[in-house]
Ligand binder design. Sequence first.
Ligand SMILES: Cc1cc2nc3c(=O)[nH]c(=O)nc-3n(C[C@H](O)[C@H](O)[C@H](O)COP(=O)(O)OP(=O)(O)OC[C@H]3O[C@@H](n4cnc5c(N)ncnc54)[C@H](O)[C@@H]3O)c2cc1C
Length: 404
Amino acid sequence: MPFDQHYDLAIVGGGLAGSALAIAMARGGSNVLLIERDAEYRDRVRGEWLAPWGVTDVRKLDLLDVFEAAGAHILPAIAGRAGRPLHEETPEGDLARTFFHPAVQQALIEAAEAAGATVARPARVREVTPASDGANPSLRFDHDGDSHEVTASLIVGADGRTSLVRTALDHEPVEHRSERMLTGVRLAGVEGDPEMGYLIVSPEPGGLTALFPQGDGHARVYLFTHEADASAYRGDEGLKHFIDGIVEIGLPAEVVANATAAGPLAAFSASDSWIPHPHGNGLVLIGDAAGMSDPTWGMGMALLFRDARVLSEALRATDDWPAALDQYTTERAQYFEAVLTAEDWLSELLLAPGDEARQRARHAQHLWGTDPPRAIDLPGLGPDNDLSGEARVRFFGEDVPIEA
Ligand SMILES: Cc1cc2nc3c(=O)[nH]c(=O)nc-3n(C[C@H](O)[C@H](O)[C@H](O)COP(=O)(O)OP(=O)(O)OC[C@H]3O[C@@H](n4cnc5c(N)ncnc54)[C@H](O)[C@@H]3O)c2cc1C
């Protein structure tokens, strides 16, 4: 396959972030090269619940029909321990979507090609060289047994949590280490209302379970535990231990009574890590390559679609790409930090260990019941929640004495 010597944009990684950006930029007339390592996408236990505020960005990127064609399912409600459905939507009426991650990855990379991007796949980027002395940045990749070198006006790192472009950018990440661990699997044969998922916080410290139906008897299910041992979740015994764990936290046993694994069971740390200034020398990062937020709260995909929208809109609005990159960096810092702050409040209140923490959580949740604006709406409002000092006091109920 012949490649040009120079592209407006060379994007490393054809996951959701890279393909969404490739589509938006190719539709705007840019000459885009999208390089993806894997010949086939497989289940790597990634996000399959897209928060309503992320659906708004998908809609603004004009990609909802691609999701629909890939089998995305609308999930209007989530229930807690009491099993009461809580309707989740954005102020504009967007509802959450669930889907099989590899199916949407495939649909988006095909849409990128249809929009006019050149797709190299399977192709592995081996080396990224930042711009220097007025020369464009460049990269070298293997494809079909040959090694190719191309330059680009901008190289985008959409290559996920172990990003090569991030290494080339050489900016120190900030990390918040968490002791919590999450384990996840896709299940088949799940029963119950396909229009309602679950998010149940354990009465024991640190635990939480989430189940997101996909509309066809499949569901993505997670178990979050405090200081857990990953080796306990391996093999058939591991799956049994997992199912016992989610039911013990409070998921109705009948929902998973006949469920079987439809993919791998894998465990991850619940840490955050991000690059505060994700661009420089002709390189820019988006999606997990730019920053990962604690997967407990399921905001990673909403963030990456916001990245693709904000960056593509900034680049398409001007020929002054350095200014557009500054604008993206400023906006990204704001929405990423806001999401992290909201997640920290939720984790601090609902997942902290100890009797005192539990009493504080009960107190705050009781106040949210009588005065709902005290709570934050992470699924519906994402980074647009009020996260001021005053809002924090009201969220934790610190303005009302705890009854003995
Ligand atoms: C357990 C878990 C649960 C989660 N749950 C949720 C959830 O419910 N909701 C939610 O919104 N988010 C969730 N997330 C986060 C979400 O899955 C990620 O934010 C999202 O998948 C990141 O997409 P990406 O495109 O940035 O990166 P990736 O999906 O990692 O894509 C990167 C792509 O780059 C390619 N690549 C890498 N290196 C190279 C190279 N050198 N050359 C060529 N190609 C390369 C890879 O093959 C890959 O296709 C979860 C994450 C985890 C770990």
